[in-house]
Ligand binder design. Structure first.
Ligand SMILES: Nc1ncnc2c1ncn2[C@@H]1O[C@H](COP(=O)(O)OP(=O)(O)OP(=O)(O)O)[C@@H](O)[C@H]1O
Ligand SMILES: [Mg+2]
Length: 338
């Protein structure tokens, strides 16, 4: 394999999230932004769809096809499907006489074994060199937050599978905590609310659609109703029921409370010098899950601190990895490899 080291490398940045996979190609920018789902034909083990097309298949596949989300709560749970996603990337961006250098975002608290699984999957897919970067650090770089100063920065990334709460100072994580409550849990909360309060069985995809349509910071329709389509709990027959944004607020209330109390816990155990930095700068919020309507305000209420939503919450991690790739020698100090 030593010849691989001699070839020129295409640098590829990957934010393989629980919900979304984003890929940055050096010199070209973000080239893939798709849901982290692959659909495999079981008999031949071939990929038949990836991303949006595969996500549409969830819950609709015949027995011969499986639609898989390879990550659960930010970590690889299906090694083969993860390798497939990396293979789709290497196939799409391969060029003659070039090999690949991957920079992949990882959650702050993953184990060495979990890191190795990510690296092995990338190498199986053909990457010659693989580096890892902690998601909070990448997000902060992507959001142009100065993390090199001797000042503590509290960045909370609410993704799909996990909320990663990290205090960064001098370019490293001083404190961190990952909780398994984020955007996909909000969807489950809405599914449970619909079942218990509206007597309607709905899919998590329907719940996500309702959340983004009427309970999002980015959507004008917030405050309106959304028609949930599902099945009556008792009769099992198809039924439509309207849900309001205040009902969604009620559904996600407990999850938001848990996120807020965990952020408070991290602040409480921060060293006094860092607390004074956090008091001055407030909290930075990133990740797609942070776009839910009441999270910023509840976090402000619960902590008494200013909360700033980064400019591009859904892309800050890959934006940061992009900067790392384009200035590789400078940012190499933030990367890990095994
Ligand atoms: N406009 C929006 N309003 C509310 N939620 C949104 C919006 N857009 C996306 N989301 C939610 O953001 C979540 C995905 O966020 P993101 O892409 O940051 O997660 P991820 O990086 O895949 O996951 P993780 O970092 O936990 O592994 C999903 O749960 C999705 O429903
Ligand atoms: Mg993420």
């Amino acid at each position: 394999m030593f010849w691989k080291k001699l070839l020129a490398k295409t640098k590829i940045g990957i934010d393989l999230g629980t919900s979304n996979t984003l890929v940055y190609v050096s010199g070209k920018g973000i080239k893939i932004s798709e849901p982290s789902v692959v659909a495999l034909r079981k008999t031949t083990n071939e990929v038949i769809a990836f991303g949006k097309d595969a996500k549409k298949m969830i819950g609709r596949t015949p027995p011969s096809i499986v639609a898989i989300k390879p990550l659960v709560n930010g970590v690889v749970s299906d090694f083969e499907a993860t390798t497939w996603i990396f293979k789709i990337i290497t196939q799409r961006f391969s060029s003659p006489f070039k090999t690949f250098l991957f920079v992949i975002a990882i959650p702050p608290e993953i184990t060495e074994v979990q890191k190795k699984a990510v690296i092995d999957a990338a190498k199986n897919a053909g990457a010659a060199e693989v580096y890892l970067i902690v998601q909070n650090i990448a997000s902060a770089i992507g959001a142009n937050i100065d993390i090199e100063q001797a000042k503590g920065v509290l960045l909370v990334d609410v993704g799909g599978g996990t909320t990663d709460i990290g205090v960064i100072s001098l370019g490293g994580l001083v404190l961190c905590k990952t909780i398994k409550i984020a955007g996909e849990r909000f969807d489950e909360d809405i599914v449970n609310y619909a079942r218990d309060q509206l007597k309607l069985v709905i899919s998590t995809e329907m719940a996500e659609e309702a959340k983004i349509s009427i309970f999002s910071l980015t959507n004008e329709d917030s405050g309106k109703n959304f028609t949930l389509k599902g099945r009556d709990v008792f009769s099992g027959l198809p039924k439509e029921v309207n849900i309001t944004s205040s009902q969604i607020k009620e559904a996600v209330k407990d999850s938001i409370e848990i996120i807020v109390s965990n952020v408070k816990d991290i602040i409480e155990i921060s060293p006094p010098e860092i607390i004074s930095d956090i008091l001055a700068q407030g909290i930075y919020l990133s990740g797609g899950g942070a776009l839910i309507r009441n999270l910023c305000s509840e976090l402000e209420k619960g902590t008494g601190l200013k909360v700033t939503l980064v400019e591009n919450p859904l892309t800050s991690t890959i934006d940061g990895i992009g900067k790392v790739i384009e200035n590789f020698n400078y940012y190499k100090k933030y990367l890990e490899t095994l």
